[in-house]
Design a protein. Structure first.
Ligand SMILES: [Fe+2]
Length: 490
């Protein structure tokens, strides 16, 4: 392996740190690397071409009161494959907040679960829902028009990079029309049209907007979406002709909000509402009521006769009480991150555009989340979903599940104890036509061998031994979202 250090930062974390999301599988890095001729067990397939990107919450400083992993600084990882070879790069996302804290050498912002500081601090940021929070751009990443774009789970800026080398390329500005309310994580790429779809949300009416960036990079369309009040949806979906947004049943308590306090609560009797928005037009939004829930992530959506079919992960208990003996610190982490306590199951919604009826069904009795598909099938009927297998009691993935949405069959890839996976992408093989003809790609956090590898699995036989395990320069931290960008010649 040929490795060059790009830059090393000084960590402000305690040497004897014991925080569960700054140690073990979540131990942050301080060094940025460029690496080529990576060591490979097995063989990188010749017909694998493109880039696997993954964003990470990777803190450099300690929060004064309470750290939640969603507060961590963004670090982007990129591994690119061509001709049986691989190169790897990682970079911090040098956001305005990151630069301000490096200059001050002190944490300046309030964390997601630092309830008092969120209300009382006076540290302006561009996060309009909690104006004292840092836009770390650490949540999500997609590639649009040859640029990797990182985003934050609350609405913020999009930071641009060369997807292969991770050379920073400033911020997306949509030709001077970047929305003042920012852009939420989970911008969507329609691989069939090369459009990027996005949404944002805020405290003031209309509370949500929906937008489209066309294949030329212009803000082709941007419209109000009027909700009943402030809501905090996390993800959106799309079909060939519609975008799908939602107003979940977990939102700021209106009574407290009137008193100036922004505390989310799950309202068990308030339906989750879905808005079906015609793409590329100002046509009316059609609304559907469904069972109360909060959905972190959608898998895919498609049109079938009169219906819009939407797959995602239904949460039975979006704000679990957890263990009564938990301290407030443990509760702040436990009730937002333990997908087993939250009870997150694959689920299908059907919205009948003619009758206005909603139908729902559970797709599996196995706890799953973070589903990915072959990107060519985005917005089109898909058969397969590749979902993360969450750890019990904390936020990590102990494997993955290939789910056949037609037969209901599930193939489970369970990693050895002490080895954890990332969000796993499906990379179609060059020249493939079958939906699952390709490779599953993930980064591991291997605590047993103190290393990280990029695993390449056969998507048609995921439980077989990996085709290749490619070593990274050092063990990386767990993180959240990943993306597969096929090579241009694809
Ligand atoms: Fe997400």
């Amino acid at each position: 392996m040929k490795v060059q250090t790009h830059q090393t930062f000084e960590s402000g974390l305690p040497k004897d740190d014991t925080h569960p999301y700054r140690t073990g599988a979540w131990q942050p890095q301080t060094t940025e690397y460029d690496a080529w001729d990576l060591d490979v067990e097995g063989e990188i397939p010749q017909d694998l071409a493109g880039t696997y990107l993954r964003n990470t919450e990777n803190p450099l400083l300690v929060s004064p009161e309470r750290y939640h992993p969603f507060d961590g600084d963004g670090m982007l990882h990129s591994i690119s494959f061509a001709g049986g070879e691989a190169q790897y790069h990682n970079r911090f996302v040098r956001t305005d907040g990151f630069n301000a804290e490096r200059q001050a050498n002190a944490p300046l912002y309030a964390g997601f679960t630092e309830f008092d500081r969120l209300q009382t601090l006076n540290q302006p940021s561009n996060i309009n829902l909690w104006p004292n929070m840092k836009d770390a751009s650490s949540t999500d990443v997609v590639v649009h028009r040859g640029q990797a774009l990182t985003s934050f789970w609350l609405c913020g800026d999009l930071y641009a990079f060369d997807p292969v080398t991770l050379e920073a390329q400033g911020r997306a500005d949509f030709g001077g029309q970047f929305p003042k309310d920012g852009v939420s994580a989970h911008t969507k790429i329609d691989e069939n049209t090369n459009e990027m779809l996005f949404f944002n949300y805020g405290l003031d009416a209309p509370y949500m907007h929906y937008g489209e960036i066309d294949a030329q990079g212009n803000l082709g369309h941007y419209r109000d979406v009027l909700l009943d009040g402030p809501r905090m949806p996390h993800d959106m979906a799309f079909t060939e002709n519609f975008a799908i947004v939602n107003a979940p049943s977990l939102f700021f308590d209106p009574k407290l909000l009137a008193a100036g306090m922004q505390l989310p609560r799950f309202f068990r009797d308030v339906p989750t509402r879905f808005g079906i928005i015609p793409r590329r037009s100002n046509g009316a939004v059609k609304w559907f009521d469904a069972q109360p829930t909060f959905v972190l992530h959608w898998i895919n959506a498609f049109e079938e006769d009169d219906e819009i079919v939407l797959d995602g992960f239904f949460q039975e208990d979006p704000m679990p009480k957890g263990d009564p003996n938990w301290t407030i610190d443990q509760k702040a982490l436990g009730n937002t991150l333990d997908l087993h306590a939250i009870k997150s199951y694959p689920h299908r919604w059907r919205f009948n555009m003619v009758t206005g009826e909603t139908k729902e069904e559970r797709l599996s009795d196995r706890i799953q989340e973070f589903g990915m598909i072959n990107g060519r099938f985005g917005g089109r009927r898909n058969r397969y979903s590749y979902n993360a297998l969450p750890c019990k009691g904390w936020f990590g993935f102990e494997g993955l599940v290939k789910q056949d949405l037609i037969s209901g069959a599930e193939e489970v890839v369970q990693l050895p104890a002490g080895v954890f996976a990332s969000e796993t992408v499906m990379a179609p093989r060059i020249g493939s036509t079958a939906e699952d003809d390709g490779y599953l790609i993930t980064f591991t956090m291997d605590l047993n061998n103190n290393r990280s590898q990029c695993l390449i699995l056969d998507a048609q036989n995921p439980t077989a031994d990996p085709l290749a395990a490619v070593s990274l320069p050092e063990r990386i931290s767990s993180g959240t979202h990943a993306f597969w960008q096929p090579a241009a010649a694809h």
